[in-house]
Ligand binder design. Sequence first.
Ligand SMILES: [Zn+2]
Length: 642
Amino acid sequence: MQIEVRIDYSALGLKVGLECHQQLASREKLFCACGPQLFKEEPETTFLRRLRPTQSELGQVDPAAFFEFQKGVQILYEANRETACLVEMDEEPPHGLNREALEITLTVALMMGAKPVDEVHVMRKIVIDGSNTTGFQRTCAVAFDGVIDIEGKKIAIQHISLEEDAARKMGEEGFMIRYRIDRLGIPLIEVTTGPVIYTPEEAEKVALAIGRILRATRKVKRGLGTIRQDLNVSIRDGALIEIKGVQELDLIAKAVEYEVQRQLSLLKIKEELRKRGSTDAEITEGFVDATATLAESGCRIIRKAVSQGKLVLAVKLPKFAGLLGTELTLGLRLGTEMADRARFWGRVGGILHTDELLSYGSTEEEIHRLKTLVAAEAEDAVVLVVDAKENAVDALRAVVERAREALKGVPEETRAANADGTSRYMRPRPGAARMYPETDVPAIEITAEYVEQMRSCLPELPERQTERLIEAYGINEKLAKQLLDSEYGDLFEGIVKETGVSPTVVAATLTESLKALKRDGVEVEKLTENQITGIFRLVGSEKTAKEAIPEIVTWLSKHEDAEPSDAVKALGLATISKEELESIIDGFIEKNETLIKEKGDKAFGALMGAVMKEFRGKVNAEIVNITLKEKLQAYTKQWGTR
Ligand SMILES: [Zn+2]
């Protein structure tokens, strides 16, 4: 049973810090002239590299990457000519730092009241997960100590940096990881707040406010994947957890909430283990081969794996009975956390444990035999891994380690955001990243004159933008704010000016209508700006009605590269000409003679409804309104006043 409890976050000592990463819309990449965009086609070239962590002077290497290196993980990089050159392939040193990207970053820094550095130095931050062909990510601090105002509270912006985006992971097959280097080198701004956010809602508000300032520059990319938020979440007695890659703003509050719940639940498990007298020493790597015992298992997964010659390896977790199946937060259990670790370190599919074996088809008798085999008591749990021996051993080692950590509470780790707001284990938390100067890129001086010159022509702040939209276009405040928060804020003014469609119609379509379509599963993000503008062009020139927009958008989302006019044709949504409309209305009036004679002008509502019902999307409601009124008046006049 789940009981809804209002959590007092300040009592828990919740602290959240945000790192917002946003791709900049510069013409080139950060260190070369390649196009900063992604490609969808098959790659033109691929090349293979091995992970090669350089341990020597670093002292600390990412243990996860080092582990993969030892296992012989290889990386296949995919590229095409337009989006990658020798720089991304690490065959040529980086060119100078992209000045346009630096200027956008400085603009944001000044809008947040931060102090720019005197000299921008490009640094190397060691990253050895293969997401960078060089083994490091280039980054440079541009400004420090900014502040933004959230409903009267000052939120400290610790620093604003400019960095290169990493390659994007395309897949993983066995010991081969595939990365596409089109994204590698796209300029990314990083805005980092202090750990001064105290509730989930506040975290979302801060992220929203930062996003608005970024978009106000009109120099940032739009669309899913172009903005990524990392959250640093901690509560008292818990641990500092970094959650990487939250892509949707409206997931931030949820992500914080779930993480707090997860940590609280882990603390409860720790208490329970303490009560049961569990100790670190009794949790051991005493792995037992349970293949023969479970060969005829009622659990299909086990039976099938055994028939394929795989091994069933078991480990006893003393005093853990009932705890592995306890829900920590939405769908996550301690068992899930162990499975994540097993998958990561052992490359196995997952784990099975005695808290859930019954529901997977195992019999009581079979579980009893298993427990006897590993000498488990009623209070103990047993975890199983089914795989080749080497993988199974690595996986169970990770499970044992996670079990020991349960005694301490919340393990420090880096987690990756899931689409539902929960998170999963990603890797151990790396030590403080050591940085080294990138000697191939000269430093850039930022003079006081340059800063003053930039300060004198900063873009409008979001509050001012809202006011201006209201004044200039007569739209209401809600719509103006929604526009600025939407993907399409920049498009709005251009569309209104070019097509002459009513600003309120354009604004409501770009925000509410598109959002509603998205909720219904229409892949609205597939439409290009040109297609969207094209739709309004048709509406503005009365080639189709505004009521037809949702259908056109839906059709275009399924027909890449098609023109809006193709949609209108295919859907039969071309507007009916004035002459046609007149004869249609004449027809309606004739058909409804009795009604009109009875009700006179009052028949208007019924007729209007009938016409719109039959011709929605093909006629403009206002024109029907006017035409019908005129015709109806003329018609009723025939009888004069009776
Ligand atoms: Zn390049």
